[in-house]
Design a protein around this ligand. Structure first.
Ligand code: NDP
Length: 376
């Protein structure tokens, strides 16, 4: 099936002519909320590789990275991913579409795609160097996509994939946790009330770990309801002292806060027993933005090495955790959703014309779960 006019396999009408534009929220330069522009002629996504699919977007989840990317975060790193040989002009990423989570239906499949068919309901996390989900359609590699759990609505499902695949990458790929080795472990989640924290608690509880969480007072009920065994109010006094007073050290710490926490949190781990501190707040992208990709990578590598060795000398592992798009990970998470072990935590929804308000909500901070935009 191809458009008779341009031979692309794109959306075409009954006359088989491409509809080569779509509606989307785009940015054409970096800045604050006023750079967001509603466009009726954003370029329609094109299948360039046989393993790609076009997804019709029903709902899009927002994350802190959308706010920071709007302001230029990752401009250097993500441009290098889009254009490794640097053949395109600077600014070639515009018009840029934000939104890193999608729930929708498969509209079209590349020739090599076997696992999906047109009309399948899917969810996916979108790598930051690809066009995002604040649009009618998005193109993705099939291996980034997974069948949406039937028990979730599109709005619920859109709030899960980016945080879920980040937690999966950090805990499973970096931390070595599995369904089978979690039951004996004491885990600390620093920052339990946001998108990442609310998902991490549920995954760890589904796998039987003992989970301690830090959050502010008004979030204690939320994280408790998600299954956290111990909840520490970080606004009620020095959080390190409160955690030490609980007695017992941790096998793994997932840090979603960063900054000062790096200095004291690894001291709460069981030394010389393979315990691991994993932080999601890393300087990798920031260093490349400030110093350029090459110098940024050198500085980042030096920093990482010094921290790893400093902590190894104290008997604990120090790691950085990163988002990694993964359809197979979402398949496993979807099974836990279907089994009733994981639920979406959607704090607020906005319809498509209200995307700037959704960004304002994100900028306020103090998230209690996720912000989701309903596209259709
Ligand atoms: P959210 O904004 O959804 O949540 C952050 C939460 O942390 C809020 O609920 C906030 O509530 C709480 N919080 C703030 N300060 C503290 C504190 N000192 N102690 C405990 N809780 C606190 O963010 P996400 O959960 O989506 O992401 C968390 C971090 O992880 C972000 O910095 C994000 O950039 C990073 N991240 C990194 C990725 C990577 O690839 N490395 C991928 C995904 C996320 P309140 O202020 O009311 O306490």
């Amino acid at each position: 099936k191809a458009c008779w006019r341009c031979s692309h396999t794109r959306l075409f009408s009954a006359t088989r002519v491409c509809s080569s534009t779509m509606t989307a929220w785009v940015i054409e330069k970096y800045g604050s909320n006023e750079v967001l522009r509603f466009s009726k002629d954003a370029p329609f996504p094109v299948i360039n590789y046989p393993n790609e699919v076009i997804v019709k977007v029903f709902a899009a989840g927002l994350n802190p990275i959308d706010v920071s990317m709007r302001g230029g975060h990752g401009a250097a790193t993500f441009s290098m991913q889009r254009d490794p040989l640097n053949v395109l002009q600077s600014g070639s990423e515009f018009p840029l579409i934000l939104g890193r989570e999608v729930s929708g239906t498969i509209m079209e499949c590349g020739l090599d795609v076997k696992y999906f068919r047109e009309g399948d309901e899917v969810w996916a996390a979108i790598p930051p160097w690809k066009q995002g989900s604040l649009a009618e359609f998005v193109v993705l590699s099939a291996n980034e996509v997974s069948h949406k759990p039937k028990s979730m609505t599109h709005t619920e499902a859109a709030g899960v994939p980016y945080v879920a695949t980040t937690v999966w990458s950090a805990l499973v790929n970096t931390g070595g946790l599995t369904e089978d080795n979690c039951a004996t472990k004491r885990i600390l989640v620093l920052g339990g009330s946001g998108g990442v924290g609310t998902f991490a608690i549920q995954l760890l509880k589904a796998w039987g770990a003992h989970v301690t969480v830090t959050c502010s007072r008004d979030a204690q009920q939320l994280v408790g309801a998600l299954g956290a065994d111990c909840v520490v109010d970080y606004t009620a006094g020095p959080v390190k002292d409160q955690l030490e007073a609980l007695g017992g050290k941790f096998d793994l710490i997932l840090d979603t806060i960063g900054g000062q926490t790096e200095h004291w949190a690894p001291g709460l781990l069981k030394p010389w027993s393979g315990s691991t501190y994993i932080t999601l707040v890393t300087p990798f992208v920031h260093n490349a933005d400030v110093l350029g990709v090459a110098d940024g990578m050198v500085k980042t590598a030096a920093l990482w090495t010094s921290r790893v060795f400093k902590h190894i000398a104290k008997g604990v592992h120090y790691r950085w955790g990163f988002f990694a798009a993964s359809g197979p990970a979402l398949d496993e998470i979807g099974a836990l959703v279907q089994a009733g072990q994981i639920q979406a935590v959607v704090e607020e929804t906005f319809n498509f014309p209200r995307v700037p308000e959704a960004f304002q909500r994100m900028e306020k901070g103090h998230a209690r779960g996720k912000t989701v935009v309903q596209i259709t």
